[in-house]
Ligand binder design. Structure first.
Ligand code: 5GP
Length: 114
């Protein structure tokens, strides 16, 4: 069997994480190397490596992840705006191959990103 990703180990409770949200479909926790005062990762419990691996059945799940982002943004009081990012593939900076939405806020965010 393939080696579990670090995020699957977090889902399975094998390594600790600073959880901020969880439900039947998703969990969210603080990034260990935050790039903004609020930097949270929202991940599906289902193992999907990247956007490239999505199938039509994942459509409602992806919508759910963004509603979770909205909920957490309110929880974190990100009233001045926030950014969601999904890196897809090594060339785009993806390092953990379990799909995740970055939620960044709490500081000004410039465009374009690096
Ligand atoms: P990616 O580069 O794949 O889009 O994002 C992976 C993110 O996961 C990075 O921002 C990295 O800091 C974070 N990360 C990697 N390992 C861990 C970990 O063990 N715990 C937590 N909380 N975040 C992690």
């Amino acid at each position: 069997m393939a080696e579990k990703t670090i995020f699957k180990k977090i889902i399975d409770g094998e390594i600790p994480a600073d959880l901020v949200y969880e439900d039947e479909q998703a969990i969210a926790f603080r990034d260990v190397n935050p790039q903004a005062p609020t930097h949270i990762l929202i991940i599906p419990r289902k193992e999907i490596a990247s956007i490239d691996d999505l199938t039509p059945e994942d459509e409602p799940l992806m919508g759910h992840l963004f509603l979770v982002a909205q909920k957490i943004a309110k929880q974190e009081n990100l009233t001045d705006g926030y950014r969601t990012v999904i890196n897809c593939g090594e060339g785009a900076g993806q390092t953990v191959f379990h799909l995740h939405v970055h939620l960044l806020g709490g500081r000004g965010l410039t465009w374009p990103p690096g």
